[in-house]
Write a new protein. Structure first.
Length: 279
């Protein structure tokens, strides 16, 4: 039976995937979106060729695949992805693969919230799982891969410790955002979250939900409603206007940010500390 390909909806960027085998004969690793691509890049170094299926500036929930991206997924030496329906088009193709694949949710329990990488301790486990996968497809460089994973782990553990200290003593503990992306981040540091819409950023807000949240913002003394760079700010701005508070950007770190994962998480810490009145 012929294979049914997902709908073509993404125009490939110049660096997009094409065929099997990496540059210079290196194994090719295809990662479904930024945090997983960075993990593969950091642990693999020059031992592998890494392709990120989600172009910079694209919401990963929205990604569908062009035909040559499907081929790249099928032919890759290793695919690293996040299951649980986070990127259904990717999961559909991975199900057809014969080669090695790593679903990071096998390592980190996503529960009802797939945004696991926003907890740096979960990101550590993701890095370990990716390192295992890379070492399997490039066993001659296994020692280098493990050493690189150890170095990256130190950075992640440090940013976790710094965020814990930064967010330890705050006047408020409620994060209000446009969509429900920050639950894992909040729980790691003893915070709470409320969002206008659910886990999907495309969900339409309920006017009653906006009114309820405006009342909550007033009762809790919330000063800021958080929006995201890759999602329209209209919902957050509507709530902020109704509640007469400010807006600010909180990064779900789904697309490649300036400075990478650690820098983005530090910016998130600064934004939260300001909004929550942390000392």
């Amino acid at each position: 039976m012929p294979r049914t390909l997902p709908v073509v909806a993404v125009v490939l960027v110049a660096a997009a995937c094409s065929g099997s085998g990496g540059g210079g004969g290196r194994p090719r690793v295809v990662a479904s979106f930024f945090p997983l691509a960075e993990a593969a890049e950091r642990v693999g170094g020059d031992a592998v060729e890494v392709d990120d299926l989600t172009p910079a500036g694209t919401e990963p929930h929205d990604v569908e695949l062009a035909a040559d991206e499907v081929d790249a997924l099928l032919d890759a030496d290793l695919v690293v992805y996040l299951g649980g329906g986070f990127q259904p088009a990717v999961e559909d193709v991975v199900d057809e693969r014969d080669g090695a694949s790593v679903d990071v949710l096998d390592t980190v329990d996503g529960g009802d919230d797939p945004h696991v990488w926003l907890d740096p301790t979960a990101m550590v486990r993701i890095v370990d799982a990716v390192a295992d996968g890379v070492a399997d497809v490039e066993p001659d460089r296994g020692g280098d891969v493990r050493a690189a994973a150890d170095r990256y782990r130190v950075e992640l553990e440090q940013v976790d410790a710094d965020l814990a200290a930064q967010l330890d003593d705050c006047q408020r503990d409620l994060i209000v955002s446009a969509h429900d992306a920050f639950g894992r981040l909040a729980r790691r540091y003893g915070l709470r979250t409320e969002a206008v819409t659910g886990l999907s950023p495309e969900a339409e807000p309920d006017p009653g939900r906006l009114a309820d949240l405006a009342d909550l913002v007033e009762r809790e003394g919330v000063t800021t409603v958080f929006t995201e760079e890759l999602v329209s700010p209209d919902v957050a701005e509507a709530l902020a206007r109704e509640a007469d508070v400010d807006t600010a950007v909180l990064d779900p770190v789904e697309s490649r940010p300036d400075g990478g994962y650690v820098a983005a998480m530090r910016r998130n810490g600064d934004a939260l500390a300001l909004a929550l009145g942390c000392r």
